[in-house]
Design a protein around this ligand. Structure first.
Ligand SMILES: [Mg+2]
Length: 489
């Protein structure tokens, strides 16, 4: 390997919690959790060195935006990810706000994953900047797991110019919590580097988990934490001391026994490389609630286009199209329809989505709109249906779709209503879609698209991740589509 001279366990390397024993004990597995530090914000600092040492916040900058990532200098003031951007601005008015460049993060993420896969094929990506690795089988070749962790950290730093934290343990649970313990920390007094790598051998698990708050465990949200608090339980150690039967009685069988296991460090989930996606989709929160049908229809088309092209990238089609609508009062509904043949072209997906949206009364104002595609499977290529093709069929027409997530069978190909139309459109548009993808690959996403995506500024497609943290500015593309009668404020 690149750095065979790295000593197995060197406290000077910032490894903490190692008893000098490179043996997981127990089940004999070695799991690593690798997590980039302040990922999106760190990429911005990497690409713009003048930002180094400053409070940088990446996220939605509009009134409803949320923080996606921030540097530790911003965390000093209490800013954290998922916090409303408006609050972050109040806490840290000197921070530099950036909208984020999702495509750049995806690029760095794929470089990260390529590095990780040099160490083991058992890499399970959790998000762009986070992965589990099972290195049990690599230990003979690469050295003890703590050494592998140090090497990964060094290689990520040298190749990408970015820092990551690595947790090492017998289970996913422990590895994940260990990487968190390896992170830098920040408060009013300053930013302190973390150990970078934290190793928890099996005989140290109880001591490591015990003092952590119960909220550190998977599945403990505010409601469960409150119920545990009622039992006088605040830490994982106190939870582990409770009789399992009591937890089952208070929290239900599944949840109670799961928590009892986690509190004792029992977690047998394997590292599963390369997830098969169950669904793909996009959603968007608007700066102001939309009631205008044409504006909603246009956003729906963008979301349908983005979702369908995402599907084609993984060479799958979807049988179920779901439209999600969240209203101004946060109540949320979904409408789904399932068809007989998998779809992957914009037109049929859009046609089904439009029919679903048409069945929803949007007059009270729409806060969020989403399209998701599920029931994924291979697209049957060369499907030729002997029907007259009408390019406009299906948009807004046909029979009303089934309600709320319960989908019909869709009927035979070519049947009446949106389902049949969608299948005719899929057959008709397969070739055109391949051409569009080719053009986009060469000239960019907005080089070509459906007419309904056309705006005065040109084609407005939707990139993966765009606006996922809320609208960027209150006067942006979405913002111009204001509800009638609502003055600009
Ligand atoms: Mg991270």
């Amino acid at each position: 390997m690149d750095d065979a001279s790295v000593p197995p366990v060197a406290p000077s390397m910032g490894v903490r919690g190692v008893g000098g024993v490179p043996d997981p004990g127990g089940g004999g597995r070695w799991i690593l959790h690798v997590d980039m530090d302040a990922f999106f914000a760190s990429v911005e600092v990497l690409d713009h060195p003048e930002l180094a040492g400053k409070a940088v916040i990446v996220g939605g900058t509009g009134a409803r935006g949320v923080v996606a990532a921030c540097t530790y200098e911003a965390r000093r003031f209490g800013v954290h990810s998922a916090m409303p951007s408006a609050l972050a601005r109040r806490l840290c008015p000197q921070a530099i706000f950036l909208e984020g460049r999702f495509r750049r993060y995806v690029e760095v993420s794929s470089q990260l994953h390529a590095i990780l896969e040099r160490f083991t094929p058992l890499v399970e990506g959790i998000s762009l900047d986070e992965a589990f690795l099972d290195v049990t089988g690599s230990v003979g070749l690469l050295g003890p797991a703590p050494t592998v962790a140090i090497r990964i950290r060094r290689q990520v730093s040298e190749s990408l110019g970015l820092d990551c934290s690595v947790g090492v343990g017998r289970t996913k649970l422990v590895a994940k919590l260990a990487s968190k313990a390896a992170k830098p920390s920040a408060d009013r007094t300053g930013v302190r580097p973390g150990p970078g790598v934290v190793v928890v051998p099996s005989d140290r698990e109880a001591a490591f988990l015990g003092p952590l708050p119960v909220r550190a465990l998977w599945g403990v949200g505010p409601a469960t934490a409150k119920r545990l608090d009622d039992l006088g339980v605040a830490t994982v150690g106190e939870l582990a001391a409770l009789p399992r039967e009591l937890l089952v009685r208070r929290l239900g069988r599944a949840h109670g026994s799961r928590l009892a296991e986690l509190a004792r460090g029992e977690d047998d989930r394997p590292v599963v490389p390369a997830h098969d996606p169950k669904s793909v989709g996009h959603e968007e929160t608007f700066p102001v609630d939309l009631v205008d049908g044409a504006a909603l229809r246009r956003h729906l088309a963008r979301l349908a286009d983005a979702s369908a092209s995402q599907l084609r990238r993984v060479r799958l089609g979807a049988r179920t199209v779901t439209v999600k609508v969240r209203f101004s009062d946060f109540s949320t509904i979904t409408r789904s329809q399932t068809v007989a043949l998998p779809l992957d072209s914009f037109r049929p997906v859009d046609a089904l989505a439009a029919a679903l949206l048409a069945s929803v009364d949007c007059s009270r104002g729409v806060r969020l709109l989403g399209v998701s595609l599920s029931g994924l499977g291979p697209v049957l290529s060369g499907t030729q249906l002997a029907f007259p093709l009408d390019a406009d069929a299906g948009v807004g027409g046909g029979a009303p779709p089934r309600d709320d997530g319960v989908s019909g069978d869709g009927g035979p190909p070519g049947g009446s209503g949106p389902a049949g139309d969608s299948e005719r459109l899929q057959a008709a548009w397969a070739e055109v879609t391949a051409t569009i993808d080719g053009i986009r690959e060469r000239y960019g996403r907005d080089a070509v698209g459906n007419l309904s995506l056309l705006t005065p500024e040109g084609l407005q497609g939707k990139a993966r991740g765009e606006a996922q943290w809320g609208p960027s500015r209150d006067d942006d593309r979405a913002g111009r589509e204001r509800p009638r009668g609502v003055p600009r404020g």
